[in-house]
Write a protein that binds this ligand. Structure first.
Ligand code: ASP
Length: 617
């Protein structure tokens, strides 16, 4: 028989009671986390989101309650009225904040039963993820999940509070809209009223937030869901949350200041102090020194050792190793990797993402510093001192094979390959060099960075054309305007200087992960038209895709810019979790399936008919 809650009110949460409450009467409500039956005494660990309190039911003192308690099972929901008692010193549980007290039952009400759950929230061993996602409501009862979701709340709130205080308005934008320009596939929603027509779910609120600037709101933000139908990629979600913002009359550093401000608030909410301003780096520099547009600053940059040696030495080196002297000779160094065996050295470059540089590739490696030092003592000495190489560092040189050896790399290509190797090595020796370990020191743990001046256009090898590297509303450096005009009709020319044009676009990067990206936008219709022309987009095509937006640009659009950051990813990092699914209450699998509600599903013939849709088999 179940009891009614009646007008019983809870006085404390399950994590609240302390010795100072001893002698008080308390009413707790929660789940039976565990029941230990010692015969005449039954202990119940009562759990809610704040913690666990030990409840004691003594047959001698309270036979009816004891009888009821005997019927309790895991995850039953109960209310307990009792007296708070300080525990004897030998029964204190130091592992929980309520461990010095217990609640001695006067009355027990069983508010609900529970079937035997497929797994228990209190168990240390996790069931497989499919099970966790199917029974998400049980999984979410686990204290780690409760912690992560609470942290998510705190982080969002800190960001909201910060941005509100800076004069940003939180403004909602539609979910049922039309295709947005982020370049992924859209999720479509069929219209019943206009059969054959579809809404698209927004890949981002990009055009709306720009229109809000045209509409005079000056500063906008939104913590907003975005939808992108992308092929499986690790750690992506079909729907994910962005911290999206836009403001008028900004320079890039105006936007950066806002982001640094709200990240400081967000990290503080999670108990971390971070240092601002973040270091800044151009895209070109990132590629040259890190071989990557989202450098992990916990590892040293690559160094071009050509700077350390004389032209004669370089000549000699290039001839001996059959490498190109016009290309960087990259010193890759993993500090404190310790002793590396000869076999290990010889296999460098043959594992992981880097396998492809062996054999036919154009990257030539020197991985045996000892032998190098023997063969080229002065060169080696110079490199060691220039690269500040220490005795227990792992280091090697990577150079581009001489012409005529089969490949025709660009410097960028070459640097990117070296960058892969740098990261591969860092991963492989992570345990040894410890750069990836948490130290509690934000300057070491959280290495933020701004990367700016991305290329405006990128060459699409398959389609043989230039595409916008960001979305097509990103503006360019004023100094690069002439270059755009001079090359406006070269969308199919791979050698076009379009590739040299720099966008006023930027990414914020943390420990090798891109947290978000944004740009200063095009606010003038004439420039927007030029960009479309350079992208080989006809007037009609541009009008049919973005017509309403282009028209809006013509009604007094102020200069504006903004950015969007991934909230899920930020919370994931702060929670120390290794998957986005650990910080999203109801996530989807890699195949975009919700295992709990079982979506997507086929729909009835009648529903399809109403929408004017026929499924092709
Ligand atoms: N809408 C862009 C994105 O989702 C961000 C921005 O440019 O503000 O990546």
């Amino acid at each position: 028989m179940l009891d009614f809650l009646g007008d019983l009110k809870r006085t404390h949460m399950c994590g609240a009671l302390r010795p100072s409450d001893a002698g008080k009467k308390a009413v707790l409500m929660g789940w039976v986390n565990r029941r230990r039956d010692l015969g005449s005494i039954i202990f119940i660990d009562l759990r809610d989101r704040t913690g666990v309190t030990q409840v004691v039911v003594n047959r001698e003192l309270n036979a009816p309650a004891h009888e009821k308690a005997s019927s309790l099972r895991n995850e039953y929901v109960v209310a307990v009225i009792g007296n708070v008692k300080q525990r004897d010193s030998d029964t204190v549980n130091k592992n929980i904040p309520t461990g010095e007290v217990e609640l001695v039952v006067e009355e027990l009400r069983i508010l609900n039963e529970s079937k035997q759950p497929p797994f228990l929230p209190g168990e240390a061993v996790l069931p497989n993820e499919e099970m966790r996602l199917k029974y998400r409501y049980i999984d979410l009862r686990r204290d780690v999940m409760q912690f992560n979701i609470e942290m998510r709340h705190k982080v969002s709130k800190a960001i909201r509070d910060y941005l509100s205080a800076q004069g940003f308005f939180e403004i909602e934008t539609p979910f049922m809209t039309r295709s947005t320009p982020e370049g992924a596939r859209d999720y479509l929603v069929p219209s019943r009223v206009q059969p054959g027509s579809f809404y698209a779910l927004p890949q981002s609120p990009q055009m709306f937030k720009q229109i809000l600037m045209i509409s005079g709101f000056d500063k906008y933000f939104q913590i907003v869901r975005c939808f992108r139908d992308e092929d499986f990629r690790a750690d992506r979600q079909a729907e994910f949350t962005q911290i999206d913002l836009e403001m008028t009359y900004p320079q890039t550093d105006t936007v950066w200041g806002v982001v640094e401000g709200f990240l400081t608030a967000a990290f503080k909410a999670a108990g971390h102090e971070i240092k601002t301003p973040f270091p800044r780096m151009s895209y070109d520099e990132a590629i040259r020194r890190y071989g990557n547009d989202k450098p992990d600053m916990r590892l040293p940059a690559m160094v071009d050792v050509r700077e350390a040696i004389t032209p004669e030495e370089l000549e000699d080196f290039a001839t001996k190793f059959r490498v190109r002297k016009e290309f960087p000779v990259q010193l890759i160094r993993i500090p404190h990797a310790g002793e590396i065996s000869g076999t290990e050295r010889r296999t460098i470059g043959t594992y992981g993402a880097y396998q492809h540089v062996q054999g036919p590739s154009y990257v030539q490696l020197m991985t045996d510093p000892k032998r190098f030092a023997k063969d080229y003592p002065s060169l080696s000495e110079k490199i060691v001192s220039f690269g500040k190489i220490e005795a227990d560092d792992l280091w090697l040189l990577a150079a581009a094979r001489a012409e005529g050896t089969g490949a025709d790399p660009s410097v960028q290509n070459f640097c990117e390959k070296c960058g892969f190797l740098r990261l591969d090595l860092a991963q492989k020796y992570a345990a040894k060099h410890k750069a990836f370990e948490k130290t509690g020191d934000p300057a070491k743990d959280f290495r933020f960075l701004w990367v700016s001046d991305f290329p405006m256009f990128e060459w699409d090898k398959t389609e043989k054309r230039w595409n916008p590297a960001h979305h097509p509303f990103t503006t360019l450096h004023e100094e690069d305007m002439a270059k755009l005009e001079a090359n406006i009709d070269s969308v199919h020319d791979p050698k076009s200087p379009l590739g040299e044009i720099r966008a006023l676009a930027y990414d914020v990067v943390l420990n090798g992960t891109e947290l978000g990206s944004g740009s200063i936008r095009i606010h003038r219709q004439d420039i927007q038209a030029k960009i479309f022309q350079a992208l080989g987009m006809s007037d009609e095509e541009a009008r049919s895709r973005f017509g309403f937006f282009l028209e809006a640009l013509e009604y007094g659009t102020p200069p504006h810019g903004g950015i969007a950051l991934g909230l899920d990813r930020i919370v994931m990092i702060l929670a120390g979790a290794d998957s986005l699914r650990e910080v999203i209450p109801f996530p989807k699998t890699a195949r975009a399936v919700d295992l709990m509600v079982d979506a997507p599903t086929p729909v009835s013939e009648a529903q399809l008919k109403e929408l004017g849709i026929q499924i092709r088999k």
